[in-house]
Design a protein around this ligand. Structure first.
Ligand code: PLP
Length: 463
């Protein structure tokens, strides 16, 4: 039998670990936002072989500072404006520790009634908190499930759409649609779920999908003997947070019999504030929807919420019941077996951290959090607009500000490089067609006015 850590030692080390975490979170803004290491530096600090003999826990802790911290990207740094945020929060971190300790495998109701029912209830709460259709609650025809990532959820939606469409058409003939600005996970999901045809539909001057172009593409495909089967709208694209016209796409999808999925991975969290819900107008015309509390709702990765308006096509596509997973509870109408709601069988008790976040901050606390970022972004956008050598390249519906230097790509690139050399602010450049621009994504757990001001000073000094 392995020599387990005795309970008293576990308690002591547990306190040390929590102290270390609290110190790390307090000093994270004093660390460089981008790690100052080259490929291979961390590898070189690690031995080539695993230890034969047990090592003392104090050595493991010391290596956190020696090996790990120097190689950390500043995802929790308040000057991290790159990509989209990956929020954490103290209640979610503590919940992760509890989840790990409980060691639940919630694949079926019977293998963890608590993990299953907490998740069901918390996702029902979110339907009300985000103003989503009531049918998506567990008591309705639909329901929600926590998946690892938005990519997984979109892949699931594509697999269900394919399964449904294959009842009437050959796999080779099925076509999926999304806008040319949609996230790459739609293309990847289409590929792994067997779609041979994916159309990237034209966008308008605000980078939102054009429903007339979608309609034309559907008609062209039908004329060519193909079968349109799936469309994904985005509420908040990754490039610029463009919002597709969900209602018009939904009406078209209904008319044409397409599965309509919505990717709101980043911007979905904003819907906790009623004043942003006009961006999700038309959700009652949607078959499935994903958003990531692990981006912008203070809930550590992984926590991606996937809703379906009707759970039957999902269960039909994914339910397989081998003898070793049969039990009497699963036959009851009230028991939800989440293994049928996604590809993996095993699943963590992820609902706990979302439950603790919602209760620790309260809806009002979360609204304040989202509103503070959106207001910081609006005032940064106003400063950019007023600057003689900077141009906004897209509207700012949420908390992503996209701008470029008016002298063009080279000047924009140099500006981004100057920001990223600062050590305290980090942005990602991106491009649409040949136009390079800088994305400033405001959404870190601790980002405040002073951090945006510091970034703006850098922009002014280098623009
Ligand atoms: N969809 C959008 C709009 C995104 O911005 C992203 C990531 O930034 C994703 C999907 C993929 O998210 P995940 O990492 O959860 O798969």
């Amino acid at each position: 039998m392995a020599a387990h850590m005795p309970a008293e030692e576990f308690r002591r080390h547990g306190h040390e670990v929590v102290d270390w975490i609290a110190d790390f979170l307090e000093r994270v803004d004093t660390l460089p936002v981008v790690p100052e290491v080259k490929p291979g530096d961390i590898l070189a600090m690690l031995p080539d072989r695993a230890p034969e003999q047990p090592e003392d826990f104090s050595v493991l802790m010391a290596d956190l500072d020696r090996v790990v911290v120097p190689g950390l990207m500043g995802w929790q740094h308040p000057g991290f404006f790159a990509y989209f945020p990956g929020n954490i929060s103290p209640p979610a971190v503590l919940a992760e520790m509890v989840t790990a300790s409980l060691g639940q495998q919630g694949m079926m109701w019977s293998t963890s009634p608590a993990a299953t029912e907490v998740e069901m209830k918390v996702l029902d709460w979110l339907v009300d908190l985000l103003g989503l259709p009531q049918d998506w609650k567990m008591a309705g025809p639909g329901g929600g499930v926590i998946q690892v990532s938005a990519s997984d959820a979109t892949h699931t939606a594509l697999a269900v759409a394919r399964h449904r469409a294959q009842e009437e058409a050959a796999l080779d003939a099925l076509v999926a649609y999304t806008s040319g600005q949609a996230h790459s996970s739609i293309e990847k999901g289409a590929r792994v779920s067997g779609f041979r045809h994916l159309r990237l539909v034209e966008v308008d001057d605000q980078f939102a999908m054009r429903p007339d172009a979608l309609e034309r593409a559907i008609n062209d495909d039908r004329a060519a003997g193909l079968t349109p089967a799936f469309v994904c709208s985005s509420i908040g694209t990754t490039g610029t947070t463009a919002v597709d016209p969900v209602r018009r796409i939904g009406e078209l999808a209904r008319k044409e019999g397409l599965w309509h999925h919505v990717d709101a991975a980043f911007a979905g969290s904003a819907m906790i504030c009623p004043e942003f819900r006009h961006h999700q107008d038309g959700l009652e015309l949607v078959d499935s929807y994903v958003f990531n509390p692990h981006k912008w709702l203070l809930t550590n990765f992984d926590c991606s919420v996937f809703y379906v308006a009707d759970r039957q096509p999902l269960l039909k596509a994914l339910s397989i019941l081998p003898p070793y997973l049969r039990d009497s509870a699963s036959k009851g109408a009230d028991a939800v077996d989440y293994r049928d709601w996604h590809v993996p069988l095993g699943r963590r008790f992820r609902g706990l951290k979302l439950w603790w976040v919602l209760r620790s901050y309260g809806a009002e606390g979360l609204r304040d959090f989202i509103r503070s970022h959106i207001s910081l972004a609006q005032s940064l956008a106003a400063r950019v607009s007023d600057h003689p050598r900077l141009d906004l390249v897209a509207p700012v519906p949420f908390s992503l500000v996209c701008f470029r230097h008016s002298d063009g790509n080279e000047a924009t690139r140099s500006l981004a490089e100057a920001i990223n050399r600062s050590g305290h602010s980090y942005v990602t450049p991106s491009s649409i067609d040949d136009m390079l621009f800088i994305r400033v994504s405001i959404g870190q757990s601790k980002t405040d006015q002073e951090h945006v001001d510091r970034l703006w000073e850098l922009v002014q000094a280098n623009a």
